[in-house]
Design a protein around this ligand. Sequence first.
Ligand code: ADP
Ligand code: ZN
Length: 350
Amino acid sequence: MEKIKVNLKENSYDILIGNGLLENIENIIDNNSKRNFIITDKNVDALYGNYLGALKNYEKIIIEPGEQSKSMDVTADILKQMLVKGASRKSKIITFGGGVVGDLGGFCSAIYMRGIPFIQIPTTLLAQVDSSVGGKTGINLLHYKNSVGAFHQPTKVIIDTALSQTLPYRERLSGIGEIIKYGIIYDYKFFEYVVENIERIKKCDENIMPHVIKRCCEIKADIVSQDEKEGGLRKILNFGHTFGHALEGITDFSKYSHGEAVIIGMYCETIIAKKLGMIDEKYAEEILSFLSNLGMNLNISNYSIAELVDWMSKDKKNIGGKISFVLPTEKGTVKERLFEKSEILHLCSE
Ligand code: ADP
Ligand code: ZN
């Protein structure tokens, strides 16, 4: 088993990573206190629900899979069930599922009686490498993703790499988008490792996944512990996300998974860095050819650039009306640059 400590002073916690960890869940999670809850979705429950059966003091709340569950209605429903069943300030929540369950269940634990502890057991590759570190929880309101939420750190994260075997390829690809991002923004050696081992990563090979996931969590933990509330450094995690979020928005969050949109986003943003002369041509080619070989259609010429830029200008991370981009420069580093709308339009239409 691999273990990483996320250093956040009084909010510090451990991430445990291993193949088959859930088989011994009762040795990892304390099962003594009463009236605790597992929040999970129907698919995960059907596949793996019995893994948590040993936790007798945890009652299950099962939600519908999918982004539409990240709503005020579902939040209220979970909180009401907890109240009726007598959950106290000492109760705990386990979130057992992908990003949706983690964001929603984490949010419920952040606001129930002003905050109760929660343990995350992420079951998708994306959630394992991305949303389980950082303490962001939240739901969607109107069409605005994650527009209501709270920073609330889990007390423990348990990553069982065996669970990714049942993920469809597109779900794996979504995780791979975020995995390669860590190499580009922070660790060129890790980038090279991912490029070399991509076929095994696509298969979620149990012999290398604990290492891959560990390195991603270490990098994210390193960044987050230097900047818990997104004041500066944490922004580098947004490489690929300015374009990525715009693409998700323009396609109504239905065509691309998050990680797929980020893959296209990194592709477009690397081209922008290249046009601006911020990146060595050969290194840019390394990134671009890796992304092109993942088996995704990266062509987005059928979307209007003006509309994409409109989406970008709504982003929370923009400053003074300028659009924030995080662009690759030296190997293993990225830099934030701010652009006027017109500059981006110009760069993209060249
Ligand atoms: P993400 O983590 O990618 O944001 P979701 O929470 O929306 O995504 O999960 C994506 C889909 O995958 C959901 O339908 C969910 O029920 C399903 N799912 C989650 N974990 C697994 C797994 N280990 N194997 C198969 N399907 C899973
Ligand atoms: Zn992301």
